[in-house]
Ligand binder design. Sequence first.
Ligand SMILES: Cc1cc2nc3c(=O)[nH]c(=O)nc-3n(C[C@H](O)[C@H](O)[C@H](O)COP(=O)(O)O)c2cc1C
Length: 401
Amino acid sequence: MDKPKVVLGVSGGIAAYKACELLRRLTESGHDVRVVPTASALRFVGAATWSALSGHPVATEVWDDVHEVPHVRIGQQADLVVVAPATADMLAKAAHGLADDLLTNTLLTARCPVVFAPAMHTEMWEHPATQENVATLRRRGAVVLEPAVGRLTGADSGKGRLPDPAEIFEACRRVLARGVREPDLAGRHVVVSAGGTREPLDPVRFLGNRSSGKQGYALARTAAARGARVTLVAANTSHLPDPAGVDVVPVGTAVQLREAVLKAAADADAVVMAAAVADFRPAAYATGKIKKKDGQDPEPVVLVRNPDVLAEMSADRVRPGQVIVGFAAETDDVLANGRAKLARKGCDLLVVNEVGERKTFGFEDTEAVVLAADGTETPVPHGPKEALADTVWDLVAARLS
Ligand SMILES: Cc1cc2nc3c(=O)[nH]c(=O)nc-3n(C[C@H](O)[C@H](O)[C@H](O)COP(=O)(O)O)c2cc1C
């Protein structure tokens, strides 16, 4: 079988060197990658590097090998075009259909999915010109990943950093797996909660749960690959890399999670609550470490109820038509408990999975049944958490359209 053909466009940002890692990941996972840098990109990383790593010649202009009409062929033959880093200039050119070098010509001739991974200073990213260009590209069906927050060129930091190459690779893999289908969540804002809350007892101890956050991260990643703007409210997931193109809001406790989800949900089309939120928290927090006392039994821990974020969001929809999805991890009577929970919470969809010694929490694979308020049931067979995530988004997209 032919290898999928990927065009890696590289424009002239300081993060151009990180595209070498993306290139490596793409070639090593069986893709035929043609690198098309801009002239500015070659000021950062030379043509020899791109050529040696990709095994293809490298040109920036339309005037090389004219008999092969590369300005048309490269785009026409591509299964995916990814531009990483995408400069403010490249986003502007792409949005306006300019075609003054090989990469911009390729963007006009490509009919495959296109992913942009922008990287620039925060001011450039936030400028209304850039934001309008991004909106135009997204409206036309391109996947424009949100830049990450962090260290920028020089001493500055803020939003505008190129997402981790491993995460851009994951986004490309997801987009390629979906093929030329329209990014059906383009123009949508979705909120996903992930991880497990921790309810502190004292400065060193907490009540927690075994949720790894992997299912929520898979939901965030797949939604971004389907074109959504994604806010990921992440409870205690510092062990997981930020997915490319996703705004991550770190939280600790159930109360903090509620606040962050409600804030992000104000303009969201869908909210998917994959986090394991503690039902109870200690009634009191000891400001100093609780000590053992000789000859004395420990004080019992008194618990109070945490807010039920899923029920609250479902009852008071902040936007008409907002789709709310919950998760239920059950150990027995899985479906019966799931149906009862769906009715009690009032959400649109409830993903029910069985948890146990070797099931779901912390594992790469899962299986589940998605129960809908309209009575339908969608079984999702054993497989990667991303497959379950895509089924959830299929059901959400059908309800949004
Ligand atoms: C050191 C340096 C770093 C730069 N980094 C970026 C960047 O990260 N993002 C960006 O949009 N422009 C950046 N620029 C500006 C672009 O290189 C400039 O807009 C150029 O015209 C982009 O050309 P291209 O889009 O054809 O690659 C940088 C310029 C310099 C000199």
